[in-house]
Design a protein around this ligand. Structure first.
Ligand code: SAM
Length: 216
């Protein structure tokens, strides 16, 4: 994705009450910050935050944390967040390689990965958010029966994920190569479109989705 540098975005994010800069201090203590015991669900690589913002509005009894590497896009999510009267949505600006430092063991109830960067070169495979290296990280922060949901229109990345995930402590519970092709299917239930999903569906790309959980 080509990113335009939005002037002053890093400073605006640091000052925002919705962005947690000292996130490592809250590892294992996010419920204290939210002041409730509701489950914590995160989206890694949330971009401008349409998906997670909509989930937070629809589910006041769930706490959401959006994670994004780049200030230039995170600032757009913060702008949207400011207009809302909700108390269950926070953001962290960080690279997800640090995810284990942001959450305690088993603290996260669900992880959403939407239209993650494909990193097509083999030598970059470990940077893919569905690589075994990332699932080892998710294994630490996700609660025992927690799940990972992944959507993409990128078929090579999806095929890689279908092969890679069973090599970890996780298994694929459900998957589809055409999410919008069967709106009665269980996997489509409650689908919330992301920004990229809207764009790709409008040009006719098929959306793939998988749900993974621990093998136990
Ligand atoms: N999830 C959004 C959607 O579906 O509309 C945005 C998708 S965009 C293609 C991927 C986003 O993930 C970008 O904003 C990128 O900066 C972010 N991202 C990629 N790798 C990341 C990482 N390791 N840690 C945090 N964010 C990451």
């Amino acid at each position: 994705m080509r990113l335009r540098n939005v002037k002053g975005s890093r400073e605006a994010i640091a000052d925002s009450e919705f962005t947690i800069n000292d996130f490592k201090e809250y590892a294992g203590k996010w419920n204290e910050l939210f002041e409730n015991n509701n489950p914590i669900r995160i989206e890694i690589g949330m971009g401008k935050g349409k998906f997670i913002t909509e989930l937070a509005k629809n589910n006041p009894d769930v706490n959401y944390i959006g994670i994004e590497k780049y200030s230039s896009v995170l600032i757009r999510a913060i702008e949207k967040r400011r207009e809302l009267d909700i108390d269950n949505l926070l953001f962290i600006r960080m690279d997800a390689v640090e995810i284990e430092e942001a959450f305690g063991v088993g603290e996260v109830d669900r992880i959403y990965l939407n239209f993650s960067d494909p990193w097509p070169k083999d030598r970059h495979a470990k940077r893919r958010l569905t690589s075994r290296q990332f699932f080892e990280r998710y294994d630490k922060i996700l609660k025992k029966d927690g799940i990972v949901e992944f959507k993409t229109d990128n078929r090579p990345l999806f095929d890689f994920s279908l092969e890679e995930i069973p090599e970890t402590n996780f298994k694929i519970d459900n998957h589809t190569f055409d999410l919008h092709g069967d709106k009665d299917a269980k996997i489509f239930e409650g689908n919330v479109m992301t920004e990229y999903e809207e764009k790709f569906v409008s040009i006719g790309n098929k959306i793939c989705k998988l749900i993974a959980s621990r093998r136990i």
